[in-house]
Design a binder for this molecule. Structure first.
Ligand SMILES: C[S@@+](CC[C@H](N)C(=O)[O-])C[C@H]1O[C@@H](n2cnc3c(N)ncnc32)[C@H](O)[C@@H]1O
Length: 218
């Protein structure tokens, strides 16, 4: 419950309307929502590849729906748990996700999971080194989720900021600013960097998801 309240506070702080995501949004379908739910129910307890917890998956989904985001990028697919949450949201906004992973085994399993969950048509899953691919992607993006090698987070964000649409958001996993630069581990520098940029508004959930949104001109 505490985490849900924190998530709602963050979404509110980022300027989105607090409208609960319904099972059916623009371009979405109750059928897909039910299929994804059934897939997640069947796989409960089976996510062992550094996947986001369910609460963070729900948070990503809600950010995309409430922001009306359509052009999404994920760095760090693993076996696809967060990608499925994001894709479900994109089914409601009419968007598409590009997701990248360097590991062939996890990439293959993610592709299988995307098919089984019914969201494959919404996802372009790339097997690639994100260090090389991200700077080459055209953009623009209005939602980016960074969840790969922690020591490269700041490089990733530097590569995606110029491609981030005004009003768009970057979410980054495992960012703990309260623990200080050292205690924040390899993502400590990331938080220092994004929170120092005047054109981004950054908030962090209790669970360590840093959400940085590009300010709209006033
Ligand atoms: C924490 S997991 C991602 C979890 C996923 N977002 C989820 O919730 O299901 C991190 C992933 O980043 C991938 N990764 C690490 N370095 C990478 C790189 N240079 N390029 C692409 N992917 C990378 C790893 O192979 C791993 O699968």
């Amino acid at each position: 419950m505490k985490r849900l309240v924190a998530a709602l506070v963050v979404i509110s702080a980022c300027g989105f309307a607090l409208v609960p995501a319904s099972g059916q949004g623009a371009g979405g379908s109750d059928h897909l929502e039910a299929r994804v739910k059934a897939f997640f129910d069947a796989r409960r307890g089976d996510w062992r590849d550094m996947n986001v917890p369910e609460s963070d998956g729900q948070l990503l989904h809600d950010l995309v729906v409430k922001g009306g985001f359509k052009r999404a990028l994920e760095i760090g697919t693993s076996t696809g748990r967060s990608g499925i949450w994001i894709a479900l949201a994109l089914s409601k906004t009419g968007g598409k996700l590009t997701t990248i992973d360097i590991d062939p085994g996890r990439h293959s399993e993610a592709v299988r999971n995307f098919k089984d969950a019914g969201v494959a048509a919404l996802i372009d899953a790339r097997l690639a080194d994100a260090h090389e691919l991200v700077p080459k992607l055209d953009g623009p993006f209005d939602f980016v989720f960074i969840d790969a090698d922690k020591e490269w987070y700041t490089n990733y964000v530097k590569a995606v900021i110029p491609k981030l649409a005004v009003g768009g958001c970057i979410a980054a996993h495992n960012v703990y600013p309260g623990r200080g630069r050292r205690g924040g581990g390899m993502t400590g520098d990331y938080y220092e960097y994004v929170s120092g940029l005047p054109f981004l508004e950054t908030t962090v959930t209790q669970g360590g998801v840093a959400i940085s949104c590009k300010r709209r001109e006033k």
